[in-house]
Write a protein that binds this ligand. Sequence first.
Ligand SMILES: *Cc1c(COP(=O)(O)O)cnc(C)c1O
Length: 541
Amino acid sequence: MNAKQWPTVAYFSMEYGLHSDFKLYAGGLGILAGDYIKGAKDIGAPIVAIGIKWKQGYTDQRIDKDGRPYDTYHNYLYDFLEDTGVKVTVKVRGIPVVCKVWKTEQFGNNPLYLLDTDIPENGDAWITGQLYGWFGEERIAQEIVLGIGGVKAMRALGIPIDVYHFNEGHAALAATELIREKMFDGFSFEEAWKATREEVVFTTHTPIKEGNEEHPLDRLDYMGAFNGLTRDQMVRIGGDPFNMTVAGLRLSRISNGVAQLHAETANKMWKEVAGRSEIIGITNAIHTPTWVDERMTKAFEEGGDLWAVHTELKGELVDFVEERSGIRLNPENLIIGFSRRAAVYKRSDLIFSQPEIIEPYLRDGRIQIVFSGKAHPLDDTGKRIVANLVAMMKKYPKAVVFLENYDMTIGAMLTRGSDVWLNNPRRPLEASGTSGMKASMNGVLNCSILDGWWPEACQDGENGWQIGDGFETTDFELLDKHDSEALYETLLQKVVPTFYENRAKWVAMMHESIATTREAFATKRMLEEYFNRMYIKPSVR
Ligand SMILES: *Cc1c(COP(=O)(O)O)cnc(C)c1O
């Protein structure tokens, strides 16, 4: 593809996962955004990224001596950031807030511009303090900085933008600025909204209703988020209460979900929203140089010994786990990796739901599981899930490990060195799930419910396994029962016997796993789809 054909895209995201120690990310959304702008660099796509320089990043979540998670925060110094010399001002609660604009291309990524309120000019320097640290007023202030501040930063930097891409609803207020600018130039609200929609595309990520952020209009008004629009105009955009996803859908010319199944789910979820854009499916992808071990890629491409490379990577994981936890797993035995945000729908502890079935395998170490994952700092249920996994580690000391403070390093180690990658969410609540892509491309066999990206890739028993049959019900008790039976059946009748009794088949499956995913779920395919289906204007399409 000729890079010259690309419109210039401004990509807005609350978080970016570019490097393990650059703590501007919380989870999958940020990892996607980081991979996105690295992939853009690789193919020369003119995408500039806008985000926030989080002083304390996301929680460093540790486990206390009683096995419960607790949150800690640290001030980070990112002295490698370039000072653009640009400052822009937004208004929060009627008071001017100055945002300093930093830049980095440090990580093989396209330019990322980061807004920062932690400067002496501001009374409230804490707006950019903690990623997802607060709800309510503070969140709105952060969204004013990202959205409105982000548009102003592009203007101040003199970067002409053709397409504004909102990665999740957090950036929706950017459109109020785009509308305001046009009204300042003499457009009516209607004309300005219509013209703005032609410039905006939107990606939705959350198939859980409550995960789609809403704000009371009074609060938005008080915070200054109307940005010159009237209450009635804001209601027409985002409803009452103002829903950031609804706003994204009504402010864009086209939207997308992050897997084909997710697009279906999202269209059902938002079908009542009048005047919304169409939601198409563009399945997420990963930046392969970041996530796939070069030794494995080389062995695959040159017809080398995949098992020998896997054994090496698994050995490195075993050492890593021992360093972090003091537990030495047996490298001869099966290791299952499971790292995810501790959210109820992800069911990290489903495998323990019928102890009489799984216990014998854990007692003798035929099945070993390494867990990791953080709960949101304000999510007590999520914290109970983490505490339960830690309790399981104490109960099955030979076979269960929980690694605290999940980050990109743990993610990379586990998706390279495990034998199997397990994923058992309540379908259809996992939007995409990029960790399974990392695993698959490293020859780590994916074993998953048919949710997120997996229905698009799974060839059961050939390149991984499916758990169950895609069953869906909102009766969660029934669903969990159904899926735990299916999990045990797949794991104990298929995965375990293949691992211990049919190494040749296992290695053939590793080969298939890599072959069927390495291009289909790499950033190049994803970016070209965004280009062809979202960024090119309909008249050109
Ligand atoms: C890959 C990755 C994710 C996203 O994976 P999911 O499959 O969506 O859970 C989240 N956090 C980290 C640290 C990762 O490396």
